[in-house]
Every structure is written in C-alpha cells, then in structure tokens.
Design a protein around this ligand. Sequence first.
Ligand code: PLP
Length: 510
Amino acid sequence: MENEKGGQSEFSRAPLDMPAEELRAIGHRLVDRIADFLQTMPTGKVTSGEAPAAIRALLPKGNLPDAGEEAGKLLDEATDLMFQHSLFNGHPSFLGYITSSAAPIGALGDFLAAAVNSNVGSYDLSPMATEMERQAVSWIADLAGYPTDSGGVLVSGGNMANFLCFLTGLRAKSFSDIRECGLQGDRPRLRVYASRETHLWIQKAAILFGLGTEAIQSIATDDHMRMDPSDLRTQIEADLKAGNKPIMVIATAGSVNTGAVDPIADLSAICREHNLWFHVDGAYGGFAACLPGAPEGLHALSLADSLAVDPHKWLYIPLEAGCALVKDRKMLLATFGVRRPPYFHFEANSEEVVNYYEYSMQTSRGNRALKVWLTLRSAGRNGYVQMIGENLRLARFLFEEVSRHPELEPFTCDLSLTTFRYVPERLREKAADPEAQEYLNHLNSEILTQLQKRGEVFLSNAAIRGVFLLRSCIVNFRTTREAIRAIPPLVCRIGRELDAKMRGMPGMVR
Ligand SMILES: Cc1ncc(COP(=O)(O)O)c(C=O)c1O
C-alpha cells in the first residue's frame, strides 16, 4: 500500500519490520560500539562481581508493555547492560572453566546468519547453509585428525555432541529392535564404561536415555588421571560373566578436571576385541590434535567410532557450536532418521543431498555453520596451530611460575590446563596431614571465591583425590604472558589475607 507521497503507508509496515535506513543507522552504531568494547575490554575487569539482585534490578519491572519501543533506543540500552554487567570470557585473564574467547568474525557470521535466517533442517530450506555445514564439518574432522568423510552435524555444544554419539552407539550395539521396542522387556542389562573423570554429560545421558546411572560402570584411573585399560578389561569380563551386555566405552581426550587424555589406542583395541562402540569425548582436547607435538592419544582419535568436539571451545567460535562426528555416516541416519512424514516435500538423504533433520534431535535448525565456516577460514590451520600452541605454552609457563613460588604447590599441567593450590609456609611440611588438608581445601575454596568476585583474574577449580585445587584453563587467544605472570602474586596476596582471618577461627589449623 502506497501513501500520497509515494512512500510506504504506516499501515503496511508490521510492528517488527524495519526500514532499511533505520537498520543501517542502528546497525552501524552497534558495530562501532562493539569494536570499541573489544578494544578496551582487556584493560578492565573480567567481571563486575555484582550480586544477582543488583543485576535483576537493572531490568524493566512488570509485564511486557502493550506498546512496542523504538529499536535504536532498545539496542543502546541492551548494549550498555551487556557491556557494563557481564562476565567477559574474552578477557585475557579469563581462564575459568573451558569457555573460550570468541572470534569477532564468528560474531559477524551469527549476525549474518540470523539476518538470512536459513532453516538448516532440510536442504530445500537452506541450500547454501547446508553445504557450508557439510564443509565446516569436514574441516572440523580434519583438524581433529578424524576421517573427513565421516557423518557429522553441528549441535549446541559438547553435551549435545556427546548425547548424539551416545545414542548412535546405543542403537548400534544394544538390541536389533531397540528402535521399535526400546529398552522394554526381559533383556540383559546394558553396560557402558567410562572413567571417573568423564564430564557430567554421561550422568545426564544415562538418566535421559533410559539406561539409568547404574548402567555406567566407573573405571579406575592411573596416577595421571587416565582411564586404566586393565580395569576396563576386568569390568567387561565380569559383566559378561554376570550375563550383562556391554555396549560402549567412553574415553576422554582432554578431561574437564585436569586435561588428561585417556590411552585411546589401548582402549580402542579392547573395544574391537569385544565388539563395543568406542566413543571419545574430545570436547576440550580434540582440536589440539592439529599440533605437531600433540599428546600421543590425540593422534589416535580416528580409531573412535564416534567423536564429540566443541568448536565453541578451542576453535574460538562464539557460543553455541558443538559437533558430533560418526565415522560411519549411515549410523547417524540409522539413529536419527525417521520415515518421511507426508507433510515433508523433501528429497531423501543421499550422497548428494543432506537433510540435517535426519542427523540429530532437531528439526528446525539455525545456521550455526556460518560462524564456524567463517572463523575456520579466517584462522586457517596455521592460525589454529599458532593459537592452540600458544595456549599450551602459556599453561606450561604458569606451571613453572607456580613451581618457583614458595607459597604455591603445583599439581598438574596437561594440555592448557594447570592446577595448583595455595599453601601457607607454616603448613608446607604438613600439607598432607588430614587436618591440614581439610583446612587447605577450605582456604583454597575461599581464595577462589574471592578471585572470582574481585574480577582481576578468573580461575575455576579441580579436585584430585580429595584435594581442592585452583585451575587455570587457557582456551583464549587474548591471554598473554603478562596476564599469567600476574596470577601467582595475586593468589598469594589473597591467600595470606584469608589465612590470617581463617586460622583464628574455631576448628581451623593454626
Ligand atoms: C570433556 C568435556 N566434555 C563435555 C563438555 C560439555 O560441553 P558443553 O558445555 O559445550 O556442553 C565439556 C565442557 O567443559 C568438557 O570439558
């Protein structure tokens, strides 16, 4: 509908439509503000450490207003809120958990993807995005040293990638009629083997997919927190004797706790011997396989039947991006494919056409691939070798700095993950005594709380055989030697302050 002046009438525009000029103006303003933010963010704090109630109080009160608001004003407000009250995992001193800094090109990719809004559930709805995802998945496999013709699909993260692989292994190795009959009936008990260091996703998988947590047999670890193949063998044999049905072994390539890489080749040999599905959780460590001097197990990832990797970790892709890889593509289709319903007018899956709704739990899917595809091309293999390699060198540098400090006790350094704790000098000689141990656990937990609140450096924690440890995990292309050098004196300063307060309290070691 045209108005008298030849422009669009106000009635023809939907409340959410936006004239090109307005989009251009507020879009440019937003990009300018993001560029300024990324430039100055490294010089500020990692987090403002505000209380939840203070954050909540910043948002509008009450129900959704009847009247809509002006887009430019809203975006300005949202930008202020995000820039002033967030935790910045792209800060050089954010070394907590396994959350990476995000490549700016990935953020732009997400913007573009959302603007086009392809539905990557079927090829017909997303021809270019589907092909980009196919290509991104094969490049991801290549970086992890996994066959590039494997089946694969982008998902929201490591948990989902592991779930998909778990379900594929379950379908392949449990009962031939599992798709029709499920786990019902008088059947042998299914058994899955994983070390105690496996990420929490395994508990969720056991609960959600009908096996129950008792189906998971926990396998012992060695002194380096790696799965012990001889214990695995013993447990499988015991289960076979008891009439249970072993189906799957889950190894980890880069554990969440310490970065340990399980002995992939040995575990794979046991799986082959017993015809078990061999899944590797490489959500954290998988991409370090691209380094020429990567830990041994990472060069054997291609032995796995399925591999979960997490581009939003060590590929520095903005959240969310995980990837499930299954060596035999047909196994993915056999798990997630269903009879095409009459309301789908899509071509069947073939070598030529991929309909991603048959590769995972989702039907409609956004274009996650674009940010992955762009970021991968922007860095290239050499870029990743440089950035991941530097993260490993910085982790080793932290371990050395900690080792030289009389009040710090280093524990482990695997991949880019370093663990250590603060030990006051007076407890140095008796740190292993149970009473001192309990006190040190308490003291280091308080140190971590303080560190996280103050926001100068953000660490997380690990636990090794009952010892509470501070844990730095570097999946951050902005971290520098200066940022690392600042950690030991800061931890010691906070440690001394807290020790002075806590040692006087009842029940604390003096
Ligand atoms: C080894 C491992 N597996 C799985 C996950 C879960 O990944 P996400 O948080 O992306 O779901 C993590 C997360 O840190 C991890 O380290």
